[in-house]
Design a protein around this ligand. Structure first.
Ligand SMILES: Cc1cc2nc3c(=O)[nH]c(=O)nc-3n(C[C@H](O)[C@H](O)[C@H](O)COP(=O)(O)OP(=O)(O)OC[C@H]3O[C@@H](n4cnc5c(N)ncnc54)[C@H](O)[C@@H]3O)c2cc1C
Length: 500
């Protein structure tokens, strides 16, 4: 293991070793600099949330040629798959709509306009991509049709992506110091001049000309969750790494960095009620339960509490964890009947699942732990009467097969809950990452509270505020880290060439 004491100085220090950090480190090297990476986790837990991803990604392609800059397709795929297009306007509109039009327009343009180029660049570093059929496409006649604007994933998911990125660091001869936590930034005459880090309980300083912070959000820290996300959030589950405790954000704020974005907001999903407190590197994202648009979701009062089919899963899943968190007891059951069995994603079939089944709806009502069964049966009866069964079901469009006359409608993909066997899955709130962070400009420079960039300080990835508010279009996290990580590394590399 590399020792902190052997690195008294470096040209650029990168804090973190997830997607954004690895991209920053390789880009800095490409710009001619010699970066050093600090990773608070041991090697066995490296790469933060990036290790846990399914790998879905959203990026702009206007035609088949642009699609194939990232995706290598077989002749058959070219013939029978309808990938559609995903334009700049589509991505900007999805970002705007999901964030209630609060996302920073300048950063949004950098993200959207840099999205494909960043993935092509990652491909040049050995990262592989593949079409993402499951959950994003349906067979219609003899064609496979994609929907929701997302057609691609990082091949092999988070484990493969992390391994490839770290192999990239090795190939670029970039040292990674494990068990090494960035604690405080050093400044001289207003410029960043290094960092105090700790390894195995010993603090030392590394002098540096620039620092790139890419150390994730504050979701893993229960105290910060309760303080900023609100009461009860200290009890939420964390979907990924236990190591993103907000230290990078605090370091930047401590030297005058501006806090920015939606500090009381987080990406949060429906997550198995009995999942462990932090992510499990074997189960990965298997605790999520994302087929809810085809269910009814029931709270402890036996009532529905949200329009399960308001939009494609891609545009609702990241905010529905918060809605579950707000329910009595912080849990909900997703209820399906046999008609929707075929729509259940793979994550419903894992061993580590909180599930009950029954042959009658009355029997199911008794099995839904914590739920008022009388109200539940009334809810189902009322819902069944309201479903527009005359409208054709189609998962690839907002099909309008909703309910009529309910105070709380279901807008699409509604089915009566009547065909046994019945099954239900218990979920709670699983926080992916927090939306509040530091403000950066379009060169990934951290902004000072007084409005100027802090010389020598850059940030990227989850810890940047201002892009996501309330919600998030699926597949944007990795692309965000890639675009801004690459930018931060390049800018830091260029910056150090021009300072004394
Ligand atoms: C279960 C799950 C599934 C997901 N699925 C997807 C998906 O399919 N597609 C998608 O786009 N996004 C997905 N995401 C979101 C995605 O993981 C993140 O957006 C992205 O990985 C964040 O990258 P990052 O580099 O900013 O942070 P991370 O990958 O979390 O890296 C942060 C790094 O900083 C280190 N660190 C923290 N503090 C310090 C410190 N003080 N000193 C040194 N090191 C420190 C951490 O150990 C870690 O290595 C998912 C997330 C989870 C949890």
């Amino acid at each position: 293991m590399l020792k902190l004491k052997d690195f008294p100085a470096a040209e650029i220090v990168i804090v973190g070793a997830g997607n954004a950090a690895c991209c920053a480190a390789m880009a800095a090297k490409d710009a001619g600099a010699n970066p050093v990476v600090l990773e608070t986790a041991p090697k066995s837990e490296r790469a933060g949330n990036t290790f846990f991803v399914a790998g879905s990604s959203r990026w702009v392609f206007n035609n088949a040629e642009e699609l194939q800059e990232v995706l290598d397709l077989t002749e058959e795929e070219k013939e029978i798959v309808d990938f559609g297009t995903y334009t700049r306007e589509d991505f900007l509109e999805d970002l705007g709509r999901t964030t209630n039009y609060r996302c920073d327009p300048d950063l949004a343009e950098v993200l959207v306009d840099g999205s494909r180029a960043a993935l092509v660049w990652m491909k040049s570093k050995g990262v592989k991509f593949t079409p993402m059929y499951k959950g994003q496409s349906e067979k219609i006649g003899d064609r496979i049709v994609f929907y929701g604007g997302q057609v691609c994933m990082f091949w092999g998911g988070g484990a493969e992506l992390s391994a490839t990125l770290h192999k990239g660091l090795e190939e670029h001869q970039i040292p990674v110091l494990y068990n090494t936590t960035g604690l405080r930034l050093l400044t001289e005459a207003g410029k960043v001049s290094g960092i105090i880090a700790e390894q195995n309980g010993v603090e030392r300083q590394i002098k540096a000309k620039a620092v790139v912070l890419a150390s994730g959000g504050f979701q893993a820290d229960p105290e910060m969750r309760a303080r900023y996300l609100g009461p009860g959030y200290e009890l939420a589950k964390i979907r990924g790494t236990q190591h993103n405790n907000g230290l990078g954000i605090k370091m930047a704020l401590d030297i005058g960095g501006r806090a920015w974005g939606h500090w009381s907001g987080a990406h949060a999903v429906g997550w198995d009620l009995n999942a462990p407190p932090y992510g499990d590197r074997v189960v990965g994202d298997g605790f999520q339960k994302h087929s809810y648009p085809y269910s009814i979701m029931i709270n402890a009062d036996g009532k529905r509490f949200i329009d399960e089919g308001a939009d494609f899963r891609h545009f609702t899943y990241a905010k529905y964890g918060h809605v579950v968190q707000q329910q009595p007891g912080m849990f909900a059951w997703q209820v399906f009947d046999d008609q929707m069995e075929h729509m259940l994603r793979d994550e419903y079939r894992i061993k580590q699942v909180t599930k009950v089944t029954a042959d009658t709806i009355e029997e199911l009502a008794e099995k839904l732990e914590g739920v008022n069964s009388k109200n539940f049966l009334e809810t189902v009866a009322e819902y069944n009467k309201a479903v527009k069964t005359d409208v054709k079901f189609n998962a690839t469009i907002l099909d309008g097969r909703g309910t009529e006359g309910l105070a709380l409608p279901k807008s699409n993909w509604a089915h009566t809950i009547e065909k046994p066997p019945f099954q239900a899955y218990a979920v709670t709130c699983g926080v992916t990452y927090t939306f509040g962070g530091v403000k950066i400009d379009t060169q990934a420079r951290v902004e000072h509270r007084q409005g100027h960039p802090i010389p020598g300080l850059y940030a990227a990835g989850e810890m940047v505020g201002g892009l996501f508010y309330f919600n998030y279009p699926s597949g944007s996290g990795l692309v965000n880290g890639a675009v801004f990580g690459k930018l931060a590394g390049t800018e830091a590399g260029n910056y150090i060439k021009n300072i004394e």
